[in-house]
Design a protein around this ligand. Structure first.
Ligand SMILES: *[C@@H]1O[C@H](CO)[C@@H](O)[C@H](O)[C@H]1NC(C)=O
Ligand SMILES: *[C@@H]1O[C@H](CO)[C@@H](O)[C@H](O)[C@H]1NC(C)=O
Ligand SMILES: *[C@@H]1O[C@H](CO)[C@@H](O)[C@H](O)[C@H]1NC(C)=O
Ligand SMILES: *[C@@H]1O[C@H](CO)[C@@H](O)[C@H](O)[C@H]1NC(C)=O
Ligand SMILES: *[C@@H]1O[C@H](CO)[C@@H](O)[C@H](O)[C@H]1NC(C)=O
Ligand SMILES: *[C@@H]1O[C@H](CO)[C@@H](O)[C@H](O)[C@H]1NC(C)=O
Ligand SMILES: *[C@@H]1O[C@H](CO)[C@@H](O)[C@H](O)[C@H]1NC(C)=O
Ligand SMILES: *[C@@H]1O[C@H](CO)[C@@H](O)[C@H](O)[C@H]1NC(C)=O
Length: 866
């Protein structure tokens, strides 16, 4: 009885919430103004985008001074002025209560002052038989559309995203034009409350390889370093694209940068009035914007801090030094901290001497050719002159052949880079950075080689002595014990010690997080805070209609999954874990909290958990489009996936997996990547599900392995299927199979023909015959780009090579997918029937499983029942 009445209460509450929601969303807010309508300062409400996030109307930059009124767009959840993202009449504010926003005859959006004089206008060409409407869209873009006799034309004629001020928003496009070296898109405010154009601007330097630059007038203040396809070389904290979500897109021959936030937080970038480039994230708790990254981050990031051929290192004192083989141009100034003069060569280059026709000296020195000094961990210099497809040896050769070449570098994603002017804006990074090869005279090379060989000698001597000591010690042991077995002890000891040893360092980081998580989890209720909420069992039961059959979405290896609707109309998916884990409730909660922190647009979001006695449930966001396999292998639905959609799916899975492997704090190996574990949202964005299951089952991993090999035949790498060895490279294998399935629309296991037992051998066979693209699903042939498909098949082939070491890692794969033709692909090796592991491989595996052990606190993970 009480159960039913409770359910009824829920339904009533629910209905109320829905109605309330409706009114909140639809009562006041409009997101469109039509011809003839106006927004009068003081009288009318601002426009509000449909999702409520952005507002457009009049505002003041200073709550206390209402004399200057600006028209612009801001995040509805103030505070001002930090939430302002765009300003129209930045040079000409209106005075209090007088201004009007209107659409003039002829269809221009204008801001007028009290006397009807124009303060700002969209300046569209006037057309007497056209009207306009103005819409604020969900991305914060103000769009002017043309209308005629009540019909609206959907191609915008003007948009605020093309009339940028100081802020870069997700969804904006920053065009990169190879023909134009510098393009400035953003300009700073004059002061924190004055939006008129200030001293700083931000934009793109597209010369050879694009970089983001901040200027003060003509002078460069900061640059991001070159875009590699994944990261900017000059931002060492940019481990990969996940936090930053930058992408260089190619849209009908126009290239542009875009940004997609991977977390749910609101995020924006701007060039601040004091010249800093800031990345800001909205703190929902404090209701304010926080700067999460600021550039220049310190003195050394300021452009060319140490002059030509100088190098800035924040950790040394003083932080400027000359490159090896260079000395200060003006020693006095340098010692007094004026580094602007930079450094000059100690010994002239052979090349330079030849050109100055001083033949005598060359002969004196024996005419030895110049060489290169390698400088590690640097921000590569500015003013890159040449980019080419040469490999690293070819790059060195190219540089050596041309006297004007002063340095070269080789970076995956850009390939060969050559500088011919003074090397400026070099910085040494404590972590990360690239290697630069600087041309120096042969004699300089000799001195630094000497230094190195001396070091080698010292090391050799020390190693030799240690070896001698060890040898005599073990001889002594052997003699004393008179037992051959004793000789094997040291190596055994080593094996056992290696594994647990790495524990303290790497799990140390987690333990502090766990203690924080404990509190949150213990206190948590549904919807409390950004951390892990614990849901009440009765809430979940009500949401899923008491786990009724109708709401069942399916079942995976870990239990049944139900659809549920929480009060407030939030759809969820509930995974009822069938298998028991030996972990305690606290450990379980800790794991869940850690996994819930993994947030990426290509991962299904874990919203929380529910614990009811013995039973544990995971609450996920609900994906209306179900899983990839339900489309891909369905004769009717597969036609909905055209090639561009499939390519986006492939790319998304790759990015999600890269995040799990490399960028998340936990380093998760999925172990069961397959089409049914890829869910699709409304926009067909792929989301990987079921990751981190090994962690959730924690201590029980051994049992899990013997009961049932985690993984699915057809997707499992040979070394995993046969020997239970898993690593990031076994996930790469599964990704490769998945890739071939997406292209062919065939299940890897059920593919059968007379000659081929599975999709993999079929694909290799076609590849061998040079007919790889015949693998393509007939239903996408019309929409596909043959080069792209071929490239994807090639990448798939590389992923499913027998030896784990031959397979690329996920960051290389993402690069290969995204940088068309700039990354040369190696040839895949044919599969063999029996896949034997080789010793080179073994090392790799041990290495990986050690990492798992260290972050998992599980002693045996690598070996499962044979
Ligand atoms: C419109 O034209 C005026 C005068 O030429 C100019 O000052 C203003 O910046 C223009 N507005 C836009 C949005 O381009
Ligand atoms: C907003 O407008 C831009 C430009 O027209 C468009 O690309 C984007 O998809 C729109 N965003 C939304 C949420 O409608
Ligand atoms: C433009 O808008 C005005 C006022 O709403 C209306 O009278 C007129 O018919 C419209 N003209 C066109 C071409 O739609
Ligand atoms: C719009 O209305 C005007 C006046 O009623 C008419 O002359 C014109 O042909 C109409 N235009 C279209 C495209 O229907
Ligand atoms: C915005 O600018 C881009 C690039 O110049 C152009 O292709 C696009 O048509 C513009 N959109 C609008 C609505 O003006
Ligand atoms: C901008 O430049 C002017 C003139 O050089 C200077 O007076 C002012 O202080 C600068 N403002 C900022 C914020 O640097
Ligand atoms: C030096 O000069 C001679 C003749 O002027 C030329 O043949 C030779 O190639 C030059 N060597 C280098 C390394 O540039
Ligand atoms: C050497 O490099 C410069 C700068 O890139 C280029 O202008 C010149 O043609 C090159 N010379 C040769 C011989 O390749």
């Amino acid at each position: 009885m009480s159960w039913f009445s409770m359910q009824r209460e829920f339904i009533v509450l629910w209905g109320f919430l829905i109605v309330l929601n409706y009114f909140l969303l639809h009562s006041s807010a409009e997101n469109v103004i039509m011809q003839g309508q106006t927004i009068k300062d003081g009288d009318d409400e601002p426009l509000i985008s449909k999702n409520g996030e952005f507002s457009f109307g009049f505002f003041s930059t200073n709550e206390n001074v209402q004399d200057f009124r600006y028209v612009g767009i801001w995040y509805t959840e103030k505070p001002l002025p930090s939430s302002v993202v765009w300003v129209a009449n930045k040079e000409k504010p209106s005075s209090s209560g007088n201004g009007v926003i209107t659409i003039t005859n002829g269809g221009n959006l204008e801001v007028l002052d009290g006397n009807g004089a124009s303060l700002w206008s969209t300046n569209l060409s006037v057309s007497s038989n056209m009207n306009s409407s103005v819409e604020l869209n969900d991305s914060g873009n103000l769009i002017v559309l043309r209308t005629q006799n009540g019909t609206t034309f959907h191609r915008p004629v003007w948009q605020s995203f093309n009339d940028t001020t100081d802020t870069f928003l997700p969804g904006m496009r920053v065009y990169v034009d190879d023909q134009v070296d510098e393009e400035r898109y953003f300009s700073s405010w004059k002061s924190s409350t004055d939006p008129s154009v200030g001293n700083f601007s931000m934009g793109i330097d597209s010369h050879r390889s694009p970089q983001i630059v901040i200027w003060e007038g003509q002078r460069r203040v900061w640059r991001s370093g070159y875009w590699t396809g994944l990261v900017f070389t000059g931002i060492p904290t940019m481990r990969a694209d996940y936090l930053y979500g930058f992408k260089l897109n190619n849209d009908n021959e126009r290239k542009y940068f875009s940004y997609t936030p991977n977390s749910l937080n609101k995020m924006k970038f701007r060039v601040a009035w004091d010249g800093h480039g800031e990345q800001q994230s909205f703190n929902e708790g404090l209701k304010q914007w926080e700067v999460i990254q600021k550039q220049p981050a310190n003195d050394c990031f300021i452009h060319n801090r140490c002059g030509a051929f100088g190098r800035c290192d924040q950790s040394s004192e003083p932080f400027c030094s000359c490159l090896d083989a260079f000395e200060p141009t003006d020693a006095d100034a340098w010692s007094q901290g004026d580094w602007s003069g930079g450094c000059t060569r100690r010994v002239q280059l052979h090349c330079e001497m030849n050109s100055s026709v001083n033949i005598g000296i060359i002969e004196q020195r024996g005419g030895e050719p110049d060489g290169f000094l390698e400088i590690d961990g640097v921000k590569l210099p500015d003013y890159l002159e040449y980019v080419g497809a040469e490999d690293i040896e070819g790059c060195e050769k190219k540089c050596l052949e041309n006297c004007s070449c002063l340095a070269y570098a080789y970076v995956i994603g850009i390939n060969c880079m050559i500088w011919t002017s003074d090397l400026v804006d070099l910085q040494h990074f404590a972590e990360g950075g690239n290697s630069l090869f600087v041309r120096v005279a042969h004699s300089e090379l000799a001195t630094s080689n000497n230094k190195r060989s001396k070091r080698i000698i010292i090391v050799a001597v020390v190693v030799g002595m240690v070896a001698l000591l060890f040898l005599s010690l073990s001889t002594w042991l052997i003699l004393r014990k008179k037992n051959k077995m004793a000789a094997t002890i040291p190596s055994e000891m080593k094996m056992h010690n290696v594994l647990p040893k790495s524990d303290p360092n790497s799990s140390g980081g987690f333990s502090t997080e766990c203690s924080v998580a404990d509190d949150l989890c213990a206190e948590g209720q549904a919807g409390s805070g950004p951390d892990l909420p614990l849901y009440q069992f009765n809430v979940i039961a009500a949401a899923t209609g008491n786990f009724c059959e109708e709401n069942k979405l399916g079942h995976g290896g870990f239990g049944h999954v139900y659809k549920g609707v929480l009060p407030g109309n939030q759809n969820i998916a509930v995974k009822r874990l069938s298998r028991k884990s030996t972990q305690g409730v606290e450990e379980f909660k800790n794991e869940i909290t850690l996994i819930a922190k993994l947030q990426h647009r290509n991962l299904v979001r874990l919203l929380g958990c529910c614990i009811h006695g013995e039973e544990k449930m995971l609450i996920y966001e609900y994906m209306p489009n179900k899983s990839l396999d339900s489309f891909l292998f369905d004769a009717v639905k597969q036609t909905q996936l055209d090639w561009p959609t499939r390519f986006n799916i492939i790319e998304g899975i790759a990015r999600g997996l890269l995040y799990l492997h490399r960028d998340s704090r936990l380093r998760i190996i999925h172990r069961d990547l397959k089409a049914s574990n890829i869910l699709l949202d409304e926009e067909m964005t792929p989301k990987i599900s079921d990751f981190g299951m090994a962690r959730i089952f924690g201590g029980n991993q051994n049992e899990a392995n013997t009961n049932r090999v985690v993984g699915t035949y057809g997707y499992m790498a040979p070394e995993y299927a046969m020997e239970g060895l898993f690593s990031v490279k076994s996930d790469v294998y599964s990704f490769g199979i998945l890739l071939l399935e997406v292209i062919s629309g065939q299940r890897s296991t059920s593919y059968r023909s007379i000659e081929h037992s599975n999709l993999k051998t079929f694909a290799f066979d076609l590849w061998d015959k040079g007919k790889a693209t015949e693998l393509t699903d007939p239903s996408i042939v019309s929409s596909c780009n043959r080069d792209e498909v071929h490239r994807c098949i090639h990448i798939g082939m590389l992923c499913i090579q027998d030896l784990a070491t031959h397979r690329p890692n996920m960051s290389t794969i993402v690069l290969m997918l995204e940088s068309e033709n700039t990354v040369a692909l190696p040839l895949p090796r044919q599969p063999t029937i029996t896949s034997m592991r080789r010793s080179e491989d073994e090392e790799d595996m041990w290495h990986v499983s050690r990492e798992i052990v260290s972050s998992n606190n599980v002693t045996v993970t690598a070996i499962i029942g044979r």
